[in-house]
Design a protein around this ligand. Structure first.
Ligand SMILES: [Zn+2]
Length: 252
């Protein structure tokens, strides 16, 4: 099938690749329609590894995906051909300790798309367990659905922060994760999000989400902006989504 393949560090091609996939009784086959480009995809292209995960042979990139079901396994009752879906990018061992504790995302044996040696889904189709495939409501488009994986990161952060209605949050970094965290912080009850970045077009976009105060830290001091918005009191919650030690140090 056609795929976007990371051949080796710094070299990507669009080509046919043979991927053996058999449809098990609890699997579905999905025609992939939209795939987000994650920071991890970019990192593999630029560096060839993330921690212990090293690209040693050609790997298909991409793990933030949506698509349409084209085939269902014999035991799948929850999904049917034609359903629009999004997929979890990791397939855990359901019998592992982490899975049985309800933290299946932390299963050390998880097989995560576009993490060597597991192929990602920047390709025409994929076979995936029905249990980790979710039917979309009509109101969610396929491109939007490809953002559900990073949205889940923001959701998790918002849940962990125990937002109380009216809280003021700071989100450092207006990349995809910072944007999704901003949206979930507002949905979770924050009255105001102060969002910082160096790239103005991202801040301009985020300012359309609702009560968001964008702060371009190339020109303004974030701590000053926080004092302004909160009458000198400070923010209730800080989300770090930039990955920059320097950025984080400016607020804590
Ligand atoms: Zn991702």
């Amino acid at each position: 099938m056609k795929a976007i393949v990371l051949e080796r560090k710094g070299e990507i091609s669009i080509r046919d690749i043979a991927i053996e996939e058999t449809l098990g009784p609890r699997d579905v086959r999905i025609a992939v329609r939209n795939v987000g480009i994650c920071g991890s995809d970019v990192h593999y292209v630029q560096h060839g590894f993330i921690g212990p995960f090293v690209v040693r042979e050609p790997m298909v990139l991409g793990h933030e995906a949506s698509g349409v079901i084209v085939e269902v396994g014999a035991e799948v009752a929850s999904l049917q051909v034609g359903d629009r879906v999004c997929m979890e990018p990791g397939i855990p061992d359901p019998t592992s300790k982490a899975s049985r504790l309800g933290m299946y995302n932390l299963d050390p044996a998880v097989r995560f798309w576009a993490t060597p040696p597991i192929h990602g889904v920047l390709r025409t189709s994929v076979v995936h367990p029905a249990d980790y495939t979710y039917k979309l409501p009509e109101s969610v488009s396929l491109p939007e659905a490809a953002m559900i994986e990073p949205l889940a990161v923001g959701m998790h952060a918002a849940n962990k922060a125990h937002i109380v209605p009216g809280d003021v949050a700071v989100v450092i970094g207006a990349g995809t994760i910072g944007m999704m965290t901003t949206l979930t912080a507002l949905a979770g009850g924050c009255s105001q999000v102060i969002l910082s970045d160096l790239i103005q077009p991202k801040l301009d976009l985020a300012a359309t989400f609702g009560p968001v105060t964008p702060v371009n830290v190339a020109e303004h001091d974030l701590a000053d902006a926080v004092r302004d918005v909160t009458g000198g009191w400070g923010a209730d919650i800080v989300f770090e989504a930039s990955g920059s030690e320097q950025a984080a140090a400016g607020v804590f």
